[in-house]
Design a protein around this ligand. Structure first.
Ligand SMILES: Nc1ncnc2c1ncn2[C@@H]1O[C@H](COP(=O)(O)OP(=O)(O)O)[C@@H](O)[C@H]1O
Length: 190
């Protein structure tokens, strides 16, 4: 069983790459952003709560996110492995994920980061915002706030996984296929 965390700043291409990797490695793709957006669309209680944070570019509180993620994992008991996309995003989430997987006799195999420069990514998100309909992609101030959240709360996870000897980084600039190749090279060597 392999469990991969796909790591990277907003707009780094995690969702795009996850689409390829999940098929290639037979992994269950869990994107917390997608799950929140699904709940917003269906106007669930979780969706209403998440929306108040997401629309501003803030992170949704840990308790809410961790609980949601755990129930998604539990809903896939026969999975051959998970591809976590957009989770964990805080040290508290990473610790909770480690403990949760350990309670199932499992662990994170590797965290693979897509690296790219902030300015390129902000432009990508503004471009995506023209068609995605995502309120958090349409306003430069909200986008900048997501980077601030990333720098404060998510970037420390690199150290967390490096200490565990599980952190790998690939260059996130290039064609989609090239980047899939780079990620696959890391995963094939695990
Ligand atoms: N693990 C998480 N913890 C807290 N909030 C989250 C998490 N994952 C997603 N979100 C919320 O959903 C928003 C969009 O997430 P996502 O689609 O992964 O976007 P991106 O990586 O492009 O910023 C985040 O800005 C945040 O508000």
């Amino acid at each position: 069983m392999i469990n991969i965390v796909l790591f990277g700043k907003p707009g780094a291409g995690k969702g795009t790459q996850a689409e390829f990797l999940k098929g290639k490695y037979n992994l269950t793709h869990l994107s917390t952003g997608d799950i929140f957006r699904f709940n917003i669309k269906n106007e669930t209680e979780l969706g209403k709560l998440a929306k108040t944070y997401m629309d501003k570019g803030d992170l949704v509180p840990d308790e809410v996110t961790i609980q949601m993620l755990q129930s998604e994992v539990d809903a896939n008991p026969d999975s051959a492995g998970f591809l976590f996309d957009g989770f964990p995003r805080t040290i508290a989430q990473a610790g909770a994920l480690d403990r949760f997987l350990e309670s199932k006799g499992q662990q994170i195999t590797a965290t693979v980061a897509l690296e790219a420069d902030d300015e390129i990514l902000v432009q990508r998100l503004l471009e995506r915002g023209k068609t995605s309909g995502r309120p958090d992609d349409q306003d430069e101030e909200k986008i900048r706030n997501r980077y601030q959240e990333y720098n404060e709360k998510t970037a420390p996870l690199m150290g967390y996984y490096k200490e565990q000897g599980k952190f790998y980084a690939v260059d996130g600039i290039g064609s989609i296929a090239e980047i899939t190749e780079r990620l696959s090279a890391v995963i094939d060597n695990l």
